[in-house]
Design a protein around this ligand. Structure first.
Ligand code: ATP
Length: 493
């Protein structure tokens, strides 16, 4: 309203001055500059929904997304962790009554296209919250203070929007949060980044359980290592939920979701497609189904057949150049390597393996999860030696099966050397208590090497005497991409 009055009054004054014979060009020029500065300062983010993405009419009502957890395939662990965290919103009264510090932020980390945005939307829909999305890059501007202002605006928009829609809660989703929340002091050109991040911290600290609108910030990143530690401190992004690439079962689930309602030929086996799409993310699989449908249309077919899927898989792989997609031979090696670790672990510490997988987790190509009954503060010599044998088991298994080792064991060796160093420096080696710094290099080297060799021999004995289990478990792992501890224990018996 004020804007309209202002525009009207300015026009009237300008017409009057013009009619009175004044030269109004300088005034117009000044006005133009003022307008441009105002626009730059406020950015196109002014006003609800112009910069920040606010959802329209979703299944859950205005502003609430229409995505449910059922629309997300795989990601069972991430869903479970997220649901647990959402209790803070769904059971807000109890949280308040018990005086619990509210959960203010959840960080979803994982490779691109694995469903982080979907999870955030499903969280908003599940809790009936208004959903606002922004990307970290939207806050980064050349002009000091603009980013910080946008952060402020995002939070206030969330609150007003939730109040207007009569919702008790709002979720603010910030994708690529590493752009805005990178480590402070890294950007030397200006302090704009730092100011923006500081504002985000201030806004998050300002969230409290007695607010009329409960706010929850969900951040997403595939580079959690770049985040400023202040963001991960308790009271900010309290929960970190890993969203990994889906395994075979997860891929099958995602394929089922995306082929629902599409005409598939009878001989299409989604299980086969899931098997052939190792390393695909949810977004790749969605793209795959879409490409297959396009191919079917081009060929004038009414249904999507196995050939279309096969061609679409090639297209997605070539088109997107999937990184981290190991060849069949590499996969077999990774499987033996991981089973090597797992078997050594299970034999030396029965019940210690909870899960082995060959789908990449973070930077690792494969992964063996060991459970530990309790956190240890002190490590005995036996424990450390067993751990050494487990670490070396991977390379030994490769050697037993393929006659050679690979670079895949480099990380294991680093950890193994660390343990061997600890054994020497803690006086648990045959040298007894020694000052490592004063030890002749040759003697130190020989001692370390003897420790490693002894444990390598142990690992070899364990694996060679169970080579049938090694082969069988690796075959299952290759087929299903994962094998849980129970299954492995059954095989060992
Ligand atoms: P980015 O890191 O690139 O922002 P993201 O992890 O947020 O990616 P989404 O935007 O959630 O990924 O996913 C992109 C699309 O991929 C979704 O719209 C959906 O079609 C599909 N998709 C991804 N993951 C899944 C999944 N787990 N189940 C079903 N569909 C999925």
């Amino acid at each position: 309203m004020l804007k309209e009055i202002g525009v009207g009054a300015s026009l009237a004054v300008a017409t009057f001055l013009l009619a009175s014979g004044y030269n109004i060009t300088p005034v117009l020029l000044l006005f133009g500059i003022g307008l441009a500065l105002w626009y730059l300062q406020s950015g196109p983010g002014v006003g609800v929904g112009r910069r920040f993405h606010v959802l329209g009419q979703g299944r859950g009502g205005p502003g609430v997304p229409g995505v449910s957890f059922g629309d997300i395939g795989g990601q069972e662990v991430a869903k479970r962790e997220l649901l647990e965290a959402l209790e803070f919103v769904t059971r807000a009264d109890e949280v308040r009554a018990l005086g619990i510090r509210p959960l203010r932020g959840i960080l979803l980390t994982g490779p691109p296209g694995t469903g982080k945005t979907l999870l955030a939307k499903a969280a908003a829909s599940y809790t009936g919250s208004v959903f606002l999305a922004a990307s970290g890059s939207e806050f980064v501007e050349m002009y000091a203070g603009v980013g910080a202002q946008r952060v402020r605006q995002l939070f206030s928009t969330a609150r007003t929007r939730a109040t207007r829609e009569k919702r008790g809660s709002a979720m603010v989703f910030i994708d690529e949060i590493e752009v805005l929340g990178g480590k402070r002091g890294k950007h030397t050109s200006h302090l704009e980044y730092d100011q923006t991040l500081n504002q985000l911290l201030v806004e998050m600290d300002g969230i409290n359980p007695y607010d009329e609108v409960r706010l929850l910030v969900i951040g997403a990143t595939n580079r959690a290592d770049l985040l400023d530690p202040a963001l991960l401190r308790p009271g900010r992004f309290d929960r970190v939920v890993q969203v990994n690439l889906p395994d075979r079962e997860g891929r099958l689930h995602i394929l089922r979701i995306h082929t629902k309602g599409k005409p598939l030929a009878d001989d299409v086996d989604l299980d086969d497609i899931a098997r052939d799409t190792f390393g695909f993310s949810g977004a790749h699989l969605e793209n795959l189904v879409n490409e297959a449908a396009i191919l079917a249309m081009r060929q004038g077919k009414g249904v999507i057949g196995p050939n279309e899927f096969r061609d679409a898989i090639d297209k997605v792989i070539m088109g997107e150049r999937l990184d981290r997609r190991p060849s069949k031979a590499d996969l077999e090696r990774i499987a033996f390597h991981e089973v090597g670790h797992a078997l050594a672990s299970e034999v030396l510490r029965p019940g210690s393996v909870s899960m082995v997988t060959v789908t990449s987790r973070g930077r690792a190509l494969g992964y063996t999860r060991q459970t530990q009954e309790e956190d240890l503060c002190l490590y005995t010599r036996d424990w450390l030696e067993d751990q050494l044998a487990v670490l070396l088991g991977g390379a030994v298994a490769e050697e037993i099966r393929f006659g050679s080792r690979s670079t895949g064991a480099a990380n294991d060796f680093e950890q193994a050397l660390d343990i061997a160093r600890r054994l020497v420096s803690a006086g648990m080696s045959p040298l007894g208590v020694v000052n490592v710094d004063e030890l002749p290099r040759q003697l130190y080297h020989e001692t370390m090497s003897a420790i490693m060799k002894a444990q390598e021999r142990r690992a070899r004995e364990i694996l060679e005497s169970r080579d049938d289990v090694l082969a069988a478990a690796s075959a299952v792992l290759l087929e299903n991409e994962k094998i849980d501890g129970e299954e492995l224990r059954e095989m060992l018996q």
